[in-house]
Design a binder for this molecule. Structure first.
Ligand code: FE2
Length: 259
């Protein structure tokens, strides 16, 4: 059954010159994780995924270009999902004891679907979402999940990350600041970032605007090949770590720090 996907009205305005330049090679894929929910039909076709969730406003733009020639790729379905400010994914209670030890996809246990949405890339290869900045949960650093599809066929699975200074600022805002638990991982020691492999387009360009943040990423994808299916019991990849500016050990002059 074909999935109904569209471009819902009034996505956040993020001009094209805000996006990072097209990568010089194909973007690196990353594991899907346990919390993807597919098969929702048109229910998740929306640019505003907040459903009233509290958090620092985050407008996200993702641009999809061809890994072969850098041209924008229209009509790619982009699924976004991430946790709320308290580290909870809709559809799950994040109880680690109920998850499979290998991190494989889990069936949802509730009907809530906040902070999940799907949009189709436009003629510029762009989708835009309005959300909140993700919180953290053990054992991960804050991140967004993306799955790109050509129709129902997954063609690319990845995650996006934010500079540590941005995460530190967000942690001082409501409701993140109410959390008693410390982050279990930073960008410097997150185990999935090792898969992203150092300098890559997995690092969202993030800017402070008004009361929130705008993040953009440009992904180079071959939509004629299927997404990588990670073998979850493979040995862990070599951990490379984030590029300068994204880890706690690096200085980063982010606009959020000057505010
Ligand atoms: Fe996650």
């Amino acid at each position: 059954m074909a999935t109904e996907v569209g471009r819902s009205a009034a996505p956040p305005g993020i001009p094209l010159d805000r996006f990072p330049a097209a990568p010089t090679g194909p973007s690196v894929e990353q594991i899907e994780g346990p919390y993807y929910i597919g098969g929702e039909g048109d229910r998740l076709t929306r640019s505003d995924v907040r459903e009233g969730k509290d958090g620092v406003p985050l407008d996200l733009g993702v641009r999809v270009v061809s890994g072969a020639d850098g041209r924008p790729v229209p009509d790619v379905a982009v699924d976004l999902w991430h946790c709320d400010a308290l580290g909870v994914y809709s559809g799950y209670d994040n109880d680690p004891d109920e998850l499979l030890p290998n991190g494989a996809r889990q069936d949802p246990r509730t009907d809530d679907r906040f902070l999940r949405g799907t949009q189709l890339t436009d003629a510029d290869g762009v989708v835009r979402f309005r959300s909140i900045f993700p919180g953290w949960y053990s054992p991960r650093t804050p991140h967004l999940h993306l799955r790109l599809r050509a129709g129902d066929r997954p063609v690319h699975t990845t995650q996006l990350y934010f500079p540590e200074r941005v995460i530190a600022w967000v942690a001082t805002q409501e409701p993140y600041r109410q959390r008693a638990d410390r982050r279990a991982a930073t960008n410097d020691d997150d185990f999935v970032i090792g898969v992203a492999g150092g300098p890559s387009d997995a690092w969202a360009r993030t800017e402070r605007v008004r009361d929130g943040l705008v993040a953009t990423a440009t992904l180079a994808v071959d939509v004629t090949t299927d997404a990588v299916e990670f073998a979850l019991d493979d040995p862990p990849p070599e951990v490379v770590g984030p590029p300068p500016g994204f880890g706690v050990r690096h200085g980063f002059a982010h606009p959020a720090d000057r505010a």
